[in-house]
Design a protein around this ligand. Structure first.
Ligand code: GLC
Ligand code: CA
Length: 566
C-alpha cells in the first residue's frame, strides 16, 4: 500500500470561536490557536483542521461567508493566518481549512449584486425560481423541499421577486455550480489558499453541489409545515461528479494536499467511492455520518432510558460496512464527533458515573482503528454536553428554527432537554483549559457560556495525572505513531473480533508477522471476554491497576501487541 503523510496523520479539529481567546474580548481567535500550538504538539496530533474564520456575519458560525479570501476581524487578520501556518509548520503540524463551496452569505457582494440586478452575471451564480401562489395570491416556495435547518429550502427575495435556493439558513444562498464562471471563481479561491501554504481542505457540504434539475415537489411525506425532508433532491447527484473532476484538474492536480469531503446526507460507501476512489476520485477521504447515532436518540423528542443505550453491534456493523465498501480503493477517515454533533462522552459514554473511564475508552476504540482518526477540541479531556438551563443560551440558527416550530408541540422543558441531548451547540462551548474563571478560556465573560463542570474537567487538572483522559489519549497517539504502531494501526489489516457481541467493541490489527488486540467495554458493568493465550504484550489499559484476567471492568479498554522481535 502506498504510504502518505495523511494516512499517518492524527487529526484534530479546532473551532476558532471557542478554542482560546488571546485578546480578552470573549471570542476565541487565530492568535489563541497559535498560543496553544505547543499544547497540541505535546498532545501528539499532527494535522489541524481549523474551522471557518473567513469574513462572515456569523449567522451559521462562520459557514456563511461574505468574503472567502478575507478574515473576520473577530478572529484576526490575514497576517495572523500566515503566522499560524508558519508556526504550525515549524512544529511539524499540518493545517487544513474548511472550504465552503455550496453557498455564500447573503451579505456576500455576489449575492447583493444578484438581488439588485437580475441581469448581472452574479445573478446566475445562485439558484432562482419564480414563486407559486396560494389562493390569497401570496408567494409560495417553488417546491416543498425542506432545508437541513428545519424550514424551507427556499427563501423569498422581495427585491428580485423570486425565491432563491438555500438548503441551510436563509442567510446562506446556495451557489449554482452548473454555472462555469461561478465554478472558476470558487476554484480560484481554493487555489489561493493552497498557494498561501495550507495543506488541504475539509470540503463542507460537498454532497449538495448538484440539484435535481426538474425542481419538482417531493413525493415523500410532508411535516406540519408542508415540507418534505427529501435530501435526494440535492445530494450525490451525477452532475456533481463532473464538477469535482474539473475541481481536481484545476485545483488539486500536481499538489500534495489532503482533501476530505463531507458527504453525509445518505451517501453509501459505494457512493463514497465516487468522491474518494484513489484513482478516479477528487478527494482523499470522506466523512460519513453513519456511525454517529448508534443509539435511539437521533431526532427523538421524547425518549425512554432504553434510547440512551448504545447499540454496540450496530456500531460495529456500520464501521464494517464502510471498511468493506471502501476496500482497497479508498482510505477511511474515522471520528466520533465534530462541531455538528453532541459530545461523544455524553453520546456514547457515561459522563456522570464513569467520566474518566468512558471518555478514555472511546479514545482507545477510535485511535487504533483503521483510517485517519480525527479528534475534536475538548474530546481529549472528555468535555461533556451543556448544562444550559435556558434555550436563550443555545446560539444556533438550526436550534432557533427548530424551537420556533417545536413550541406548538412541546413544552419549554422538553425542547430544552432535547437540545441538551442532541444539539450541536453541545460541541461549541469554550474549551476548558483550567479551573480559573471562564475555564481559562478568556479573562472576560465569553460569548458562549462555559459549562459548569470546567472546575473538574479541564486541561490543567489532567496534565499531571498519568491516568487522565488527556494523558491516556496522548499515550494512544504515541502508540499509533510509534514504529510498530504505524505498521499495525496505520497500515495493518483490520477485523472485528466477535462482531455480534452486544457489549464489547473488540478488534484485531495485523500484518503477516505481527498483531494487536484492542478490547473495549461500552457498558458500565463488568463484562467477561476471552482472547487467545498468545496475544502478546499488554501495552495499554485505561485503569491504573491490572484488573481481572477474563473480564473488563466498566468502560475498560485494553490493548495487547505481539511484535516481530518479541
Ligand atoms: C456543514 C457544516 C455545518 C454547517 C453546514 C452549512 O454541514 O459542518 O456546521 O452548518 O455545512 O455550511
Ligand atoms: Ca479574542
Amino acid at each position: 500500500m502506498e504510504k502518505t503523510w495523511w494516512k499517518e496523520a492524527v487529526g484534530y479539529q479546532i473551532l476558532p470561536k471557542t478554542f482560546y481567546d488571546s485578546n480578552h474580548d470573549g471570542i476565541g481567535d487565530l492568535r489563541g490557536i497559535i498560543a496553544k500550538l505547543d499544547y497540541l504538539k505535546t498532545l501528539g496530533v499532527t494535522l489541524l483542521w481549523i474551522g471557518p474564520f473567513y469574513a462572515s456575519p456569523m449567522d451559521d458560525n462562520g459557514y456563511d461567508v461574505s468574503d472567502f479570501l478575507d478574515v473576520n476581524p473577530m478572529f484576526g487578520t490575514l497576517a495572523d493566518v500566515r503566522e499560524l501556518i508558519a508556526q504550525a509548520h515549524r512544529r511539524g503540524l499540518r493545517i487544513i481549512l474548511d472550504l465552503i463551496l455550496n453557498h455564500t452569505s447573503d451579505e456576500h457582494p455576489w449575492f447583493i449584486e444578484a438581488c439588485a440586478h437580475p441581469d448581472s452575471p452574479e445573478h446566475a451564480f445562485y439558484i432562482w425560481k419564480d414563486p407559486r401562489y396560494d389562493a390569497a395570491g401570496r408567494p409560495q416556495p417553488p417546491t416543498n423541499w425542506a432545508s437541513f435547518f428545519a424550514d424551507s429550502a427556499w427563501a423569498y427575495d422581495e427585491q428580485a421577486g423570486q425565491y432563491y435556493m438555500k438548503i441551510f439558513s436563509r442567510k446562506m444562498p446556495d451557489l449554482n455550480w452548473a454555472n462555469p464562471i461561478l465554478r472558476q471563481r470558487m476554484e480560484a479561491v481554493a487555489r489561493q489558499w493552497l498557494d498561501m501554504g495550507i495543506d488541504g481542505f475539509r470540503v463542507d457540504a460537498v454532497a449538495h453541489l448538484a440539484r435535481d434539475p426538474e425542481f419538482q415537489d417531493s413525493e415523500l411525506p410532508v411535516n406540519a409545515q408542508g415540507l418534505a425532508a427529501d435530501w435526494s433532491k440535492f445530494s450525490n447527484l451525477p452532475a456533481l461528479f463532473d464538477y469535482l473532476r474539473e475541481f481536481k484538474q484545476t485545483v488539486l492536480s500536481g499538489r500534495d494536499c489532503l482533501t476530505i469531503g463531507e458527504v453525509g446526507g445518505g451517501a453509501s460507501p459505494q457512493m463514497a467511492l465516487n468522491y474518494a476512489d484513489k484513482e478516479t476520485g477528487a478527494f482523499n477521504m470522506v466523512f460519513t455520518f453513519d456511525h454517529c447515532w448508534c443509539n435511539g436518540l437521533e431526532g427523538k423528542e421524547i425518549i425512554t432510558e432504553a434510547d440512551r443505550r448504545v447499540d454496540v453491534r450496530q456500531l460495529k456493523q456500520v464501521f464494517a460496512r464502510w471498511y468493506d465498501g471502501l476496500g482497497e480503493r479508498a482510505w477511511p477517515a474515522v471520528y466520533w464527533m465534530n462541531h455538528d454533533l453532541p459530545r461523544v462522552v455524553s453520546q456514547y459514554g457515561d459522563p456522570i458515573r464513569y467520566h474518566r473511564e468512558s471518555a478514555s475508552m472511546l479514545e482507545a476504540a477510535l485511535l487504533l482503528m483503521k483510517g485517519t482518526p480525527f479528534l475534536y477540541n475538548g474530546e481529549e479531556i472528555g468535555m461533556t454536553n451543556v448544562d444550559y438551563s435556558s434555550l436563550e443560551d443555545f446560539h444556533d440558527v438550526w436550534v432557533a428554527n427548530y424551537v420556533k416550530e417545536a413550541r406548538s408541540r412541546l413544552s419549554e422543558e422538553q425542547i430544552l432537554e432535547y437540545e441538551r441531548r442532541t444539539s450541536r451547540v453541545n460541541a461549541r462551548t469554550p474549551m476548558q483549559w483550567s479551573a480559573e474563571a471562564y475555564a481559562g478560556f478568556s479573562t472576560v465573560e465569553p460569548a458562549e457560556k462555559v459549562i459548569g463542570n470546567y472546575r473538574e474537567i479541564n486541561v490543567a487538572a489532567q496534565q499531571t495525572d498519568p491516568c487522565s483522559v488527556l494523558n491516556l489519549t496522548r499515550r494512544l497517539i504515541q502508540l499509533r505513531l510509534s514504529a510498530v504502531g504505524k505498521r499495525l494501526f496505520v497500515y495493518g489489516g483490520f477485523e472485528f473480533v466477535e462482531p455480534e457481541h452486544p457489549d464489547l467493541f473488540m478488534y484485531r490489527r495485523f500484518t503477516a508477522t505481527e498483531e494487536a488486540w484492542v478490547v473495549c467495554n461500552f457498558r458500565g458493568e463488568t463484562i467477561p471476554f476471552s482472547l487467545p493465550e498468545d496475544r502478546g504484550e499488554y501495552v495499554f489499559d485505561n485503569y491504573s491497576d491490572p484488573g481481572f484476567a477474563g473480564a473488563l471492568r466498566p468502560y475498560e479498554a485494553r490493548v495487547w501487541l505481539r511484535r516481530e522481535d518479541s
